[in-house]
Design a protein around this ligand. Structure first.
Ligand SMILES: [Zn+2]
Ligand SMILES: [Zn+2]
Length: 317
């Protein structure tokens, strides 16, 4: 299973500003002054030595993650603006130009999880078959609504691909190649769903948008048969710092501190923090990661390994 991150920002696309870019440049150039960057190899190794927020951009695009099975079946989690570059990459493979199956698993339909779909080029190609899996009863009409002429110049049915909307129920097992996919509901205004992908005894769980609290965790295991236990990778909503999460109680998102608590409780091996708040700069997101690791260390545990979601990041299971 290959997991690739195409959009990791929460709520709203957040491109780097010129001011932020220049600030990064200043820091990079002052560090470069002491290094040997006279060759391509020197430049590459200098870039690799930079702090995370200088060697990376954490993400302008909103939520989109692809999961490819060992046999090459492609699943896509959500249609945030990260879906556009994913589609642009897929159509370079001629199978997506003339007839391929693509399976979407939709967490929910807040803007930041659907806005990329009209710009997903494989959906415009006749012959491609797009499957939308979700427990939401009116998913088709929600996508059609987004394509109403008041909001977008082309209707959903004008996109050349065939589209199937498949309603599933929580914990119902869907087979995509050798992968098994199921879901459970999450606490979020308007509802959201976590999806679990299992293949060859390995598990990846994607759980955004969700507001995890201590009390909610207690009820989860009872209702959902330990859905979250023992995954190799958990990618989870961690929109806020702990302080901000107190001010934004009931907004439907989780702090990175609570995300670490969840991973410790569920015996997760790798934790990916995602759905970064649009008000956070790259240096703030890097410092959130540092603090999340510190929080884990307080529990005297070297597990989970913690990552902050970054566009272009890949994980293999
Ligand atoms: Zn969201
Ligand atoms: Zn949401």
């Amino acid at each position: 299973m290959l997991i690739e991150l195409w959009g990791v920002r929460g709520s709203l696309p957040t491109p780097l500003t010129t001011g932020e870019y220049r600030e990064k440049l200043k820091k990079v150039l002052s560090l470069a002054a002491k290094e040997d960057i006279s060759s391509d190899t020197g430049i590459e190794s200098f870039i690799n030595s930079l702090p995370l927020d200088l060697s990376n951009i954490f993400g302008g695009n909103t939520t989109c993650v692809s999961v490819t099975s060992d046999s090459g079946d492609i699943c896509i989690l959500d249609c945030g603006t990260g879906l556009r570059p994913l589609g642009d990459k897929l159509i370079k493979d001629e199978k997506f130009m003339k007839g391929a199956d693509i399976s979407f698993f939709i967490t929910h339909t807040h803007w930041d999880h659907i806005q990329g779909f009209p710009f997903f080029k494989p959906a415009w190609m006749p012959g491609n078959i797009i499957h939308f899996y979700s427990p939401v009863a009116d998913m088709q009409s929600r996508f059609e609504y987004q394509h109403d002429y008041r909001f977008f110049p082309r209707k959903l049915e004008e996109m050349g691909s065939q589209k199937n909307f498949i309603r599933i129920t929580p914990l119902q097992e869907i087979k995509i190649g050798n992968m098994t996919v199921d879901c459970i509901p999450l606490r979020h205004p308007g509802g959201s769903f976590a999806y679990r992908f299992r293949e060859n005894g390995k598990t990846f769980i994607f759980a955004t948008d969700a507001e995890f609290t201590g009390e909610y965790l207690e009820s989860l295991n009872v209702e959902n048969k330990h859905f979250f236990d023992n995954s190799e990778i958990l990618m989870i909503d961690s929109q806020y710092s702990l302080d901000d999460s107190f001010m934004k109680f009931d907004w439907g998102h989780t702090s990175y501190t609570m995300a670490v608590n969840c991973a410790l409780r569920w015996n997760v091996s790798k934790l990916i923090l995602t759905h970064h708040d649009p008000s956070y700069s790259d240096s703030q997101i890097a410092s959130n990661l540092f603090e999340a690791v510190e929080h884990r260390n307080v529990s005297n545990s070297d597990k989970p390994e913690i990552f902050t979601a970054t566009e272009g990041m890949q994980f293999e299971l």
